[in-house]
Design a protein around this ligand. Sequence first.
Ligand code: 5GP
Ligand code: SF4
Ligand code: MG
Length: 441
Amino acid sequence: CAVVGVFNVKGAAQIAYFGLFALQHRGQEAAGICSNKDGKFHLIKDRGLVTRVFSEKKIKKLKGDMAIGHTRYSTAGDDSILDAQPVYARYDLGEIAIVHNGNLTNAKEVRDQLIKRGAIFQTFMDTENMIHLIAKSEKERLLDRITDALHKVEGAYSFVIQSRNKMYAVRDRFGFRPLSLARLGDGYMVASETCAFDLVGAEFIRDIQPGEMVIFEKGKAPRSIQVFEPNPHKCIFEYIYFARPDSVVYGKNVYSLRKKMGQELAKELPVEADMVVPVPDSGVAAALGYSQESGIPFELGIMRNHYVGRTFIEPTQELRNLKVKMKLSPIREVIEGKKLIVIDDSIVRGTTSKQIVSMLKEAGAAEVHMRISSPPTTDPCYYGVDTPEKEKLISARMTTEEICDYIGADSLAYISIDGLMRAVGDDKNYCKACFDGNYVV
Ligand code: 5GP
Ligand code: SF4
Ligand code: MG
């Protein structure tokens, strides 16, 4: 998912809209914005892409100089309109809206307890827990209620919360999901990735730290509270796949790191071939790195249809299969009779690689050597990335050799965890549970 927050900026909803547009790659199932004019909330959310959910006319209805927004990629809950965000509620302190990127690992326990105490839920989202916890807290001030609630939830969250006159941005103590802060005119903006700031001309200030909450209040500089002792486990998969290459995530540019992953791949797993071909778009930067390191020419041997979104996000296997074909097709003139090194960022279920190899062979490729810029995905993510359950992960069921057979490649190899860490530059502060099974919570 993506979250944005805009505070003390004229036409805040318009800015939030552009922010979400830049962050569309983080979720395509639903989008929503809740703005606030003098304490009165305006909410529009629906299923579909940002451009489908919002029109100029709709944005105009979202009045006020505060807004929060969300694009949804379902990891918890349902693919229904009910599960679009922002989550909005009226309660004893007025109105409140919240957006969430992440996944609460104790959601079910908390929800069951709340239901026992009489809470009525409207959605299947873990995020709704926060609203109930805030509403039921005994504390008087909202800030204390939010803090109270945060002590009851566990797992991954970057939350942006809007009240009648304030905005709160908070990141869990592990910092699983990114969240950055920028200045925009006299106001401020927070967003999952810095590419949202670039689009609207906001000036990046810094990342919100793991365990930190930043409070925005009119006429005051933003205040920071360290709610939890930080224990950084930043998602390394943001670098491998999830984030946009032009973003600076955890202080480093994503594109440069992906290229380095490609360079490491070339060093670790060389192979003789005529050209290096990326699986677009996710494999492009790593393929360029591989090509430059190995001296083997880079060629765009596979075309991508840009009107098809990210294939992985589709909820069923049939849809995913069809979408891979709709999205990617080989350029026969480039690859015919050639030995190819094909680079992709990851193999999850094996859908993409299997189809790519068969397409390339049908189009006359002499050899296809798959090289993957992440280690084998052996374990599911419980922290906000929608990897399927363990049984569906091809690397949990098969050895690399078996996968190579299954996808029909001439060879298959993955970057090592050490190689990945060399590319990223330090090894202490990252979550890599989907590659090594070490879950911190
Ligand atoms: P597979 O087809 O093996 O199931 O998935 C691998 C492909 O999906 C890769 O091309 C990769 O770029 C993309 N991918 C891998 N992990 C994720 C994910 O968590 N979310 C999304 N949206 N795409 C992913
Ligand atoms: Fe990221 Fe993988 Fe950790 Fe999930 S398990 S937060 S995808 S590194
Ligand atoms: Mg891909």
